[in-house]
Design a protein around this ligand. Structure first.
Ligand code: DC
Length: 219
């Protein structure tokens, strides 16, 4: 079973590269950030206080989450567009610090992978916590300005303001006590600042092929 873990900060190119790699490898793709965003969306629309850890965890535990390559539906409500909106983006890192939510979503991620016979999974704690034995662990990064520009190209806004928001979210994601964003010693770091998507995807595909041939991956 091939499991590729792709972690890194916002705007590093995780989704684009993970999707393209999954397609090349004929594997399914899972965006775990979308799961944290969907729980945040549900809490906001139900007027649940985001700092009320047990109430938000209850949403995570009880919700029926249907996640596909291009859509996410929570309890029958299509949240695909709303989870990318400013309100969810601003609020999601509070939900991501909730350990009760993390435990629930982690279990669901493992279950998803076992049901799909592997996959390319992107997030912040995939190589470090969710799948420490993944076939390949990638830490994708890019310079802060490149990351901000990519976000602006995707959803508009002011580069300086987006750069500040990204820096704040990175800081929260990296400093939380439960499964912070970090590089593991056995992950390969890829800086996507000046590289074409196809080039990075080809490199990762080659690493997986080498790994499968050797029986074990050495970064
Ligand atoms: O990748 P993204 O921007 O959609 O992630 C949304 C938020 O969820 C972000 O603040 C990081 C957090 N997250 C996390 O803590 N662990 C994951 N595995 C995925 C995302």
């Amino acid at each position: 079973m091939i499991i590729v873990a792709i972690d890194g900060p916002a705007g590093a190119g995780k989704s684009t590269i993970a999707k393209a790699l999954a397609e090349k490898l004929n594997l399914r793709y899972l965006d775990t950030g979308a799961m944290y965003r969907a729980v945040t969306f549900a809490a906001l629309t139900r007027n649940v206080q985001l700092h009320d850890e047990s109430a938000v965890a209850e949403i995570a535990r009880r919700s029926v989450l249907m996640i596909d390559d291009d859509s996410i539906v929570i309890d029958g409500v299509d949240a695909t567009a709303a989870i990318r909106g400013a309100e969810v983006t601003r609020s999601v890192s509070v939900v991501a610090t909730n350990s009760l939510v993390r435990t629930e979503l982690r279990n669901r991620q493992r279950q998803w992978v076992s049901e799909h016979g592997g996959g390319v999974v992107e997030g912040r704690d995939i190589g470090s916590v969710v799948f420490p034995d993944a076939t390949l662990k990638v830490y994708l990064t890019a310079s802060p300005i490149v990351r901000a520009r990519r976000r602006v190209a995707q959803s508009g806004g002011d580069v300086q303001q987006i750069a500040a928001e990204i820096a704040e979210r990175d800081q929260r994601d990296s400093s939380r006590s439960d499964s912070p964003l970090m590089k593991t010693v056995d992950s390969i770091t890829v800086d996507t600042s000046d590289r074409a998507i196809e080039d990075v995807v080809a490199q990762l595909k080659q690493l997986i092929a080498d790994n499968s041939a050797n029986g074990e991956f050495v970064a």
